[in-house]
Design a protein around this ligand. Sequence first.
Ligand code: AMP
Length: 284
Amino acid sequence: MKIITKSSALKDYLINSIRSGQQIGFIPTMGALHEGHLELLKRSREQNAFSVCSIFVNPTQFNNAVDFEKYPKTLEQDAALLKAAQADLLFIPEVEEIYPGGISHLEKFDLGYLETILEGSSRPGHFQGVCQVMQRLLTIVQPHLLFMGQKDYQQCMVVDRLIKIMKSDIQLITVPTVRQEDGLALSSRNRRLTDIGRTKASAIYQVMKFVAETVKPGPLEPVRQSAREKLTDKGFVVDYVEIADARDLRLIADWDGHSPLVCLVAAFLEEVRLIDNLELRMPT
Ligand code: AMP
């Protein structure tokens, strides 16, 4: 596995290493890697001749300075994991490499409704930051396929929109969430939980399953309210429990029984903000 820190070196390397017609798959990450990230790489290796991973903790997508500072950094271990999982190239740029003009006056993207709900409203500026870094990374790597996790459901929709704004033909592949046996979605942030916290955290999955089993056509507030109470009882500080149309994230207050649904949760445990989501089955 080749490790590169400069964009120009990465472009040169790809030009010289890729034979014409060979596909490049790209897996952008912020490091502190786990099996979820490795699943994205596995999918990329199945579908592409060449797989590029990046590790870059993007300062512009953190609306909370403490969260940015506390973001776990485990670079050596990450590189070893990616090498063992047979990534072809690891790109680890410095902040100046991605934002040579600094980060104070960056461009704005028209994300419309998507930016006004859920993670967009709870973390102002977050998705602008995601787009700022993704636009740069996609322009540098120029992949054919981009692999991202369903764990960040809204982020996948935002990046899909970015790809359209860029008028690019990169194809986004959304990979299902990898979970622990107890249902907790793997996340770099789980490392900040105590052992007890990690066990408690699986309640998010249990509550989403409860929503999946309970949801019925009509008003959805009662099931959302029970879900919030269950999480609060377990010691979470709930940011949101929402039910949305799985196709466009339009929040649903009254379900017609036909639109495909996704339940999305954000909640703090031990001051760590965890997010997860689950697509809800249609009634049979
Ligand atoms: P991050 O390093 O947290 O920015 O994540 C990098 C990529 O890995 C994103 O596309 C995430 O959605 C994806 N990812 C994170 N956790 C998981 C998981 N448990 N299962 C599948 N993909 C994941």
